[in-house]
Design a protein around this ligand. Structure first.
Ligand code: NDP
Length: 405
């Protein structure tokens, strides 16, 4: 019986993790939950899973949560904590064996580090944490011996392919050390909401358009990132940190059906791929069950039902975020933190309808350009947090003046 701490339990990753727990009650139990603002759903989850601790991001909501839980007459009320400190407590909860990081954005950084410092294994969904703070997270993993299991479907696909190689030793599990024999990674991308739009039509893109993903059901921020292909750009940096492959050997290929979740090319030129319907439950389950495979009744892949799988190169002119991410990854140090924070802030402004979709890459590029002379190659946690705050402020301030066409 594996005990889980589920960070961001009210989100898309969190709710799917809890569905898996309900499907395998003999294998998994929940000891800690954390949420942002969705108290109604959180209370239902507490009632169903009876965790030992519950953490809320916003301390101001704690008394309302306490009242709501008291009204439920639970046999045992969980310990209630809040704020960054509370999230970190839940992440490092002593009885948890594995921490699922489903918080969106860099808000997940401190809880993730707390889990690592407590020696917990992680199912990493919250990619922004690794992208912003790779130079801090990777050494912390080395020190603590925590294992980082990738929940992102592409990185799970790579991880699953590598299980079949002679280098599948767990010592190399996601610590940024170059994986021997791994020559190239090909990350597949659905192409997001705008994959069938002409680049010229993006000028008309609305929030409703950008948040309608053709293949995956996900939170709003990552759905916009998919539409801009920033999600794939962030995944390139994630793959670099997880598997130690240099940027020249990590490629993006548009694969509209989202059946192949990514591919690896090995030293002898063999290419391995992992296939499945686009459903996040499989990569999440694999994090939870690894190194075992559990029997599921889930829909089985039938290639004849699909008929064809297609591929094309992404258009850099249509998706400028992709090149911005490669360039930030190559610059290294604090640059990916700036890229990530600028993107988070720009996407938030877009979702509030305060900027246009096409302003997102312009604001990110401006932030990265401004940061170039201040880049720190070996940043501390404080450097990362300071640059994160700076980039958000920069984007907010810059967005309030008209942007160049
Ligand atoms: P959602 O927006 O659906 O959920 C985000 C979760 O984080 C919610 O529980 C939310 O709480 C909580 N949260 C929001 N802000 C804060 C904060 N400041 N402090 C603490 N908690 C907060 O996101 P997703 O589940 O889609 O994504 C989560 C992470 O997983 C992201 O990093 C994303 O990139 C990654 N990911 C997601 C995939 C998916 O299929 N969804 C696929 C691959 C990766 P509340 O709702 O209560 O306010």
């Amino acid at each position: 019986m594996k005990a889980l701490s589920v960070l961001g339990s009210t989100g898309s990753i969190g709710t799917q993790t809890l569905e898996i727990v309900e499907e395998f009650p003999e294998r998994f139990r929940v000891v800690a939950l954390t949420a942002g603002r969705n108290l109604a759903l959180l209370c239902k989850q507490v009632q169903r899973h009876q965790p030992e601790v519950v953490a809320l991001a916003d301390p101001a909501l704690l008394s309302e949560l306490r009242e709501r839980l008291q009204a439920l007459n639970l046999p045992r009320c969980p310990e209630l904590v809040a704020g960054n400190e509370g999230l970190c407590q839940a992440a490092a909860w002593s009885s948890a064996d594995l921490v699922v990081t489903g918080i969106v954005g860099c808000a997940g950084l401190l809880p993730t580090l707390a889990a690592i410092e407590a020696g917990k294994d992680l199912a990493l969904a919250n990619k922004e944490t690794l992208i912003a703070a790779g130079p801090v997270v990777l050494p912390a993993l080395e020190r603590s011996g925590s294992r980082l299991l990738p929940a992102d479907s592409e990185h799970s696909a790579i991880f699953q392919c590598l299980q079949g190689t002679p280098w599948a030793d767990t010592a190399r599990l996601s610590t940024g050390v170059p994986t021997p024999g791994l020559r190239r990674i090909q990350l597949t991308a659905s192409g997001g909401a705008f994959r069938d739009w002409a680049a010229a039509d993006l000028a008309k893109a609305t929030v409703a358009d950008a948040t309608s993903h053709p293949n995956w059901s996900m939170g709003r921020k990552i759905t916009v990132d998919s539409a801009s292909l920033m999600n794939k750009g962030l995944e390139v940096i994630e793959a670099h940190y997880l598997y130690g492959v240099d940027y020249d050997h990590i490629e993006i290929v548009i694969h509209p059906q989202s059946i192949i979740h990514s591919m690896v090319e090995l030293a002898d030129s063999s290419v391995l791929a992992q296939l499945g319907w686009p459903d996040m439950k499989l990569p999440i389950l694999y994090c939870l069950s690894w190194p075992e495979r559990l029997e599921t009744p889930w829909r089985r892949l039938d290639l004849t039902e699909l008929g064809q799988l297609t591929f094309r190169a992404p258009d850099p002119a249509k998706y400028p975020c992709m090149d911005l991410a490669y360039s930030a990854g190559r610059a290294g140090g604090t640059m990916p933190a700036v890229l990530n924070a600028a993107n988070e802030q720009a996407v938030a402004l877009f979702l509030e309808e305060r900027i246009h979709f096409l302003d997102i890459p312009k604001l990110i590029e401006a932030a990265c350009d401004r940061h170039r002379n201040d880049l720190k190659a070996q940043p501390s946690l404080d450097d990362v947090l300071a640059m994160d705050q700076w980039a958000r402020r920069f984007v907010r301030d810059t967005s309030s003046v008209p942007l160049a066409a």
